[in-house]
Design a protein around this ligand. Structure first.
Ligand code: NAP
Length: 490
């Protein structure tokens, strides 16, 4: 059993700039709270615009040497970081539970998932290839080479404090890019701890810099406008992402955008209902429903809808709400009071418009920001809960009659991150791969995330991919060279 106070006392709370832990230029700090108690658990440096610029100075200063570091050496640094994350898995898991609220078992799963990006990209660092060939005219030789994009700026969200950081940092470092990262103000501690582990793994000073701040807009604006920056990668809401894209355009930055979702979860009458319910519980309640990949709209064929709703309601009633550190707790608090208000508003709006409430429906007793696991049926496309990302533990069920209607409902959203479908009909499964407008599809499974897979969305869910063979290419620039036919003069 790790002592919470001792763990927190050992976590860095300053900015990491050029390899040194420093106070913010203003000397001010902001509070980090445990959402399950409301208690302040840390006070971290409140970085100012000048700190953001100093962090970019450090990243830009370290860029050439890091790009020139042999790929094997970069790979081994990442591999050591992977091993350090394993050694500190219990500390990292507890830290995430304390600052974000998810149950400890889920934090451990995130440590495993987040750590995998370090292992995967340590392996990819030495597999960046170019090509050489004859031009079609036969008069020259074409060489295509890859090189690091250059200094990157990362903005990460609070819902997966470790994995959203490693999913960006690992491929960037593997490719030879240096980084400034700004973690979410609600959950900065995991990134600060991870940055320290990277230092212990031997990462040179200045290659990774961390700026925590309450002035996210101002600090980011200054970094985005700086001509030394070459790349922005953002994970968060579509609204903030669109604003950042506009700013990135002024500096013609390369961008990767992992934005909001509104995942459909399709259950056909021919599905194995036991598996569909298991998949639904994972797709909906993992991370307290606060995942961009969370199933948001359950679309169930009318002939099995009552049975599906009854089975899932029974499972939902067995969930246990509480502090994520307690044994047996499966649903932690939502991240903050605003999130509870939003989920409550969506549920009330649906019920007022005619939805039936089968379980939950209300904020649970505090002092933390808890919300009861909830099941609603009778959801129609004109309700807010169908159109908006719920980001909470609410199952919202809509019915359909046939596959064409199911696909039309699934695609009736500007988002396209992930979809889930349960069917035993293989031909239908193959059709859905082509008809659903989605970056990822879980066919008879409720979780798709994997470091070896290209994670990302279409439509308003984003641009680019993180993980997989594709992930490192977000951090590589292509150089093409034409030379004369070397035998022409012979
Ligand atoms: P958010 O409000 O957009 O915040 C995300 C990050 O952006 C935070 O670090 C935040 O800093 C920062 N930020 C906010 N306003 C900014 C501005 N004007 N300039 C620069 N940075 C700014 O999103 P969130 O509530 O943390 O996360 C939930 C959203 O993320 C959901 O929509 C979810 O679907 C999405 N998400 C997507 C993926 C994916 O891979 N597609 C993964 C996880 C989450 P502060 O903390 O200081 O506000």
């Amino acid at each position: 059993m790790i002592d919470e106070a001792a763990l927190l006392a050992g976590i860095p709370q300053q900015l990491l700039i050029g390899g040194r832990w420093v106070d913010s230029a203003s000397g001010s700090t902001f509070d980090v709270t445990d959402p399950s108690t409301g208690a302040v658990i840390a006070r971290v440096a409140d970085g100012a615009v000048a700190d953001g610029v100093r962090a970019l100075d450090a990243a830009a200063g370290a860029q050439d040497a890091w790009a020139a570091t042999p790929p094997r050496q970069r790979a081994e640094t990442l591999r050591r970081a992977f091993e350090l994350v394993q050694q500190h898995a219990d500390d990292l898991a507890l830290l995430m539970t304390l600052e974000m609220g998810k149950p400890l078992a889920e934090s451990r799963a995130e440590v495993a998932y987040g750590g995998e990006f370090l292992r995967w990209f340590s392996e990819e660092a030495v597999r960046v290839h170019g090509r050489y060939g004859t031009n079609p005219e036969g008069t020259g030789r074409m060489t295509v080479a890859q090189r690091p994009v250059g200094p990157c700026f990362f903005i990460t969200p609070w819902n997966f404090p470790l994995a959203m950081a490693t999913r960006k940092i690992a491929p960037a470092l593997a490719a030879g890019c240096t980084v400034v990262v700004k973690p979410a103000g609600l959950t900065p501690l995991t990134t600060l701890f991870f940055a320290r582990l990277l230092g212990e793994a031997g990462l040179p000073d200045g290659v990774l810099n961390v700026v925590t701040t309450r002035a996210s807009g101002d600090v980011s604006d200054a970094i985005l406008a700086d001509p030394r920056l070459r790349k922005l990668s953002f994970t968060g809401s579509t609204e903030v992402g669109v604003g950042l894209l506009k700013k990135a355009a002024d500096n013609v930055l390369r961008t990767s955008m992992e934005l909001g979702g509104n995942a459909p979860f399709l259950v056909f009458a021919d599905a194995d209902l036991d598996k569909a319910v298991d998949g639904a519980m994972l797709a909906k309640f993992r991370n307290i429903g606060e995942a961009c990949t969370a199933a948001n709209r359950f679309l169930v064929q009318a002939s099995v809808a009552d049975e599906f709703a009854a089975r899932i309601t029974e499972r939902v009633r067995a969930l246990r709400v509480g502090r994520g550190t307690e044994d047996g707790v499966t649903i932690g608090p939502l991240i903050e009071a605003k999130a509870v208000e939003k989920v409550q508003g969506l549920v009330e709006d649906a019920v007022a418009a005619g939805a039936a409430l089968l379980a939950g429906g209300h904020a649970a007793d505090g002092p933390g920001t808890f919300f009861e696991p909830t099941v609603l049926t009778g959801i129609r496309p004109d309700m807010r809960i169908f159109a908006e990302e719920i980001f909470g533990p609410v199952v919202a069920i809509t019915t359909f009659d046939d596959e064409a209607e199911a696909v039309a409902l699934a695609n009736a959203t500007p988002f396209g991150l992930v979809s889930y479908a349960f069917t035993r009909d293989a031909a239908r499964g193959r059709r859905l791969i082509e008809t659903l407008e989605t970056g990822m599809l879980g066919l008879n499974v409720g979780v798709v995330s994997n470091a070896a897979a290209p994670f990302g969305g279409v439509k308003h869910s984003g641009l680019g991919r993180e993980g997989g063979f594709e992930g490192i290419h977000e951090y590589l620039e292509t150089t093409y060279v034409l030379t004369p036919d070397p035998f022409a003069d012979v």
